[in-house]
Write a protein that binds this ligand. Structure first.
Ligand code: PLP
Length: 419
């Protein structure tokens, strides 16, 4: 529907009309320090389209009620919209069944849910969890704590100087004691796209389930959990143009059914006496208490929006931006890009000779340019490349080549300040 207004036909085929999509994002009209906002911090969180904001407002103005328990009309409407959002997520991930979609707070909570629920019941002393050297802290710390608690071992598959997973090394570490593989689909610090299908094949050969952290993949590429054949897949709504405080854990029904609840309380029960509680079926078993109803509905609207534009079209536009930005940044003397894998998505991390990332971020901010500077919650990645921090520009489909030019001009200004 709305997407049709965003398309124009060019010689290259059907391309995205970026100026039209930008009009859907009220914040992009904003001036920062008197300059037009150049928002290149999309890997941290994305901006929100009016259509998603309208869905949030509509819920609070028109249908606000608690779900699943009420017999009145508002509650029925709210329940329907919440469950419709679950169905939208199911389609978005191409999951076989809606009951395999659990609404959580975000990717972080999804990892914690699996670590607590699956991990506590499964891991034995001497078992192993295998991750990669490019994980976000959210996909390290819960496994590390779990392993410490259970006397298990956290193993790490190393990455190359380009920031690619060394698959042979990964396979070598996949042993008879590996109980779970947990891997990022796309690295937030490097932009590397991992070969998840191959990783799953390797792990499944020895019946090891695979958890995929899709926080940086879901906004940029079409996800098909059946084609990937992963056992768990997680992402955050706020990185997909949806609200904060909502995210998704997909899990294969057979696994979820065998897992105990993560949190206990209302809604996750079938019946309660003081002697015994019988738990609800999936997905409700994992959604204790009043969930983020508006958030789930907002996420559904964000998915409608993104699908209206088309993930292939989004990926093509962002790929063009990434290639253009890589070329332009590589021309800057003293700039080194960290993460040069051939398969990358929407992220450029870089360091500048003699200038700390925080100084770069601060000076760029004076130009209205929002980037991230720091360790990006991936300190082991920084250690691997021997840098304390990087500056990261990350793209969304509403970004333009002119904004990349503004970034390049901003970096030249930074270098002048330090000359
Ligand atoms: N995993 C990756 C790869 C991320 O980039 C992030 C956030 O930056 C997370 C997990 C955690 O996401 P959230 O903070 O939304 O839970």
């Amino acid at each position: 529907m709305q997407a049709m207004t965003h398309l124009r036909h060019t010689d290259a085929g059907s391309a995205l009309d970026v100026e039209a999509v930008r009009r859907d994002f009220p914040i992009l009209k904003k001036k920062v320090r008197g300059k037009p906002l150049v928002y290149l911090d999309n890997a941290a969180t994305t901006q929100k389209p009016q259509q998603m904001l309208d869905a949030l407002t509509r819920f609070y103005v028109d249908t606000c009620a608690n779900i699943h328990r009420g017999l009145h009309q508002l509650s029925e409407h709210a329940t329907r919209e919440y469950e419709e959002a679950r169905e939208k997520v199911r389609r978005f991930l191409n999951a076989p069944e809606a009951r395999e979609i659990i609404f959580v707070r975000g990717a972080t909570e999804a990892v914690n849910l699996v670590a607590h629920s699956w991990g506590r019941g499964t891991l034995q002393p001497g078992d192993e969890v295998l991750i990669t050297g490019m994980e976000h802290h959210a996909n390290i710390v819960p496994w590390q704590v779990l392993c410490q608690e259970k006397g298990a071992k956290l193993r790490v598959a190393p990455i190359s100087d380009a920031g690619e997973l060394l698959l042979e090394e990964f396979e070598k570490r996949l042993g008879p004691r590996t109980r779970l593989v947990a891997v990022a689909h796309v690295s937030n610090a490097l932009g590397t796209v991992n070969p998840v299908r191959r990783i799953v094949e390797m792990a499944h050969r020895q019946k090891t389930p695979v958890f995929v952290d899709g926080a940086q993949a879901a906004p940029h590429t079409r996800i098909d959990v059946q084609a990937l054949d992963c056992d768990f897949y997680a992402f955050s709504g706020h990185k997909l143009y949806g609200p904060t405080g909502v995210g998704v854990l997909y899990g294969k029904a057979g696994l979820l059914e065998r897992m105990p609840p993560y949190q206990c309380g209302g809604d996750m029960i079938r019946s309660v006496t003081f002697e015994e509680t019988i738990f609800n079926t999936i997905p409700y078993k994992f959604e204790a208490g009043t969930p983020n109803i508006a958030g789930a509905i907002g996420l559904g609207a964000a998915i409608d929006y993104v699908e209206g534009i088309g993930l292939e079209r989004i990926a093509a536009h962002e790929h063009d931006l990434l290639a253009y930005a890589t070329r332009r940044l590589a021309e800057i003397p003293g700039l080194r890009i960290i993460g040069t894998a051939p398969e990358k998505a929407a992220v450029i991390s870089f360091v500048l000779d003699g200038i700390h990332a925080h100084d770069i971020g601060t000076i760029l901010d004076r130009e209205g340019i929002a980037v991230r500077a720091g360790h990006h919650c991936a300190q082991p990645v920084m250690a691997r490349f021997g840098v304390p921090a990087t500056t990261r520009a990350s793209f969304a489909f509403y970004n333009t080549r002119q904004e990349v030019d503004a970034l390049v001009a901003g970096i030249h200004k930074v270098q002048e300040v330090f000359r």
